[in-house]
Design a protein around this ligand. Structure first.
Ligand code: NAD
Length: 383
């Protein structure tokens, strides 16, 4: 099956970027939002983005790309002739289910349905349709036009043909598809770093260090952005919702009480002007506040641990996980490559200490690490 026409549902941060990227490589795109004003905003952003790319010489003609994007508020117009539908509406399960059920009645039987959900079960969303074999998770990263990585996740009934068509489609968009063998909350990229979210909250809640001290230490270790600074950029409401989801899907250890309180007080980070930092001007982190009370290796060990757990669950192999993390976070090494620089006992001992100190089961070493088999696992993939 060859994809020619793409329907993009939802014209926000992600939808506009997906539509732009599809049109750039030659697809005819129908971008659909419920309100005309959302479509107008999206088209303005797309136009601005394309003009910049034209100036840089990355595309020849912005107008030619724009002519391939058709906007509509009417679902039927967007979906009826599409070969691929990419849903990118807000992260609300009931809304996505309702939309997919409606589209299922309108779309051609062979049309593939993809969801850009960041957290939800592909299998559960697919059940809203009668085409579970043609349903897949296609998780883009922002900014879509720049980020190469896309996580592709099968639901229980997704067919090999659907997966292969989507891999080819993403390659044609100049993306690097990362295919998960199996779905899991947070997929790979968000999941590997999820326990570090819990650790940073433990550090400030227990008065070990302030957010600025954590960020100063983290940046002094060579990272371009502080951990709390990054959360302020992402939006504390978004981070809080993801952690709440993990607290239900994975472990109550993820309950983000501290963040919930901040969100209730209207402290959402950059977008509300206040979060962990005051955003009336760009926060400047004082690197002299770096402290030995925070050990950056703890964050690294937690990422390694979660990556090992994903391998144990059969989600992906170490090389795939390393590739995903390097692409998503612009890092030189992935968790398994970094793990080779430490002794296995050092990682295991420190994870046990962290689990005990903060009473968090999710920090406990993965079985492979407990059994002293991490090096053996890595050696199978890296010679
Ligand atoms: N923002 C990110 O960094 C990011 C990254 C990866 C995945 N995602 C996921 O992408 C999806 C969209 O996120 P976003 O950040 O673009 O959200 P957003 O709020 O920026 O945009 C959502 C858009 O969908 C429109 N909309 C709402 N209900 C609709 C409906 N029923 N039909 C059509 N349009 C509808 C809204 O008007 C809005 O334009 C979510 O599932 C999110 O989890 C977001």
């Amino acid at each position: 099956m060859k994809i020619k026409k793409v329907a993009v549902l939802g014209a926000g941060e992600m939808g506009h970027g997906i539509a732009e990227n599809c049109a750039m490589v030659g697809y005819e795109v129908w971008l659909r939002a419920r309100r005309q004003s959302s479509l107008d905003d999206a088209m303005n952003r797309i136009r601005e983005g394309l003009i910049k790319l034209q100036k840089k010489g990355a595309i020849k003609d912005a107008n030619e790309v724009l002519s391939r994007i058709h906007t509509t508020t009417d679902l039927k117009t967007a979906v009826e002739n599409a070969d691929l539908l990419i849903e990118s509406i807000p992260e609300v399960f009931e809304e996505k289910v309702q939309l997919f059920a409606e589209c299922d009645k309108i779309a051609k039987p062979e049309c593939i349905f993809a969801t850009n959900t960041s957290t939800m079960s592909i299998t559960k969303l697919a059940k809203a349709t009668k085409r579970e074999d043609k349903f897949i998770g296609m998780h883009f990263f922002t900014p879509v036009v720049i980020m190469e990585i896309v996580e592709l996740t099968r639901g229980e009934k997704t067919s090999d043909e659907t997966l292969n068509v989507c891999i080819e489609f993403l390659k044609s968009m100049k993306k690097i598809p990362i295919v998960l063998n199996k779905e899991t909350p947070g997929f790979i990229v968000n999941r590997v770093v999820a326990p570090t979210s819990v650790l940073r909250l433990c550090i400030i809640e227990n008065g070990i260090a302030t957010p600025e001290e954590v960020d100063a230490t983290y940046r002094k270790a060579g990272n371009v952005i502080g951990l709390f600074e990054l959360w302020d950029y992402l939006g504390l409401d978004v981070v809080c919702n993801a952690m709440k989801y993990y607290s239900q899907a994975l472990s109550p250890d993820y309950e983000p009480k501290y963040l919930e309180k901040m969100v209730k007080e209207g402290k959402l980070g950059k977008k509300s002007g206040h979060g962990f930092y005051d955003w009336s001007k760009r926060p400047e982190i004082d690197l002299s506040k770096a402290t030995e009370r925070v050990d950056v290796r703890d964050f690294i060990f937690l990422e390694i641990n979660e990556a090992v757990k994903l391998v144990e669950l059969g989600v992906a192999d170490p090389r795939t996980i390393d590739t995903a993390i390097k692409l998503a976070y612009a890092r030189k090494k992935g968790p398994f490559e970094i793990a080779r620089e430490f002794s296995e006992q050092q990682i295991s001992k420190r994870l046990e200490e962290l689990a005990k100190k903060f009473g968090k089961k999710i920090f406990e070493p993965a079985e492979t690490i407990k059994k002293g088999k991490l090096k053996e696992l890595i050696d199978q993939y890296y010679k």
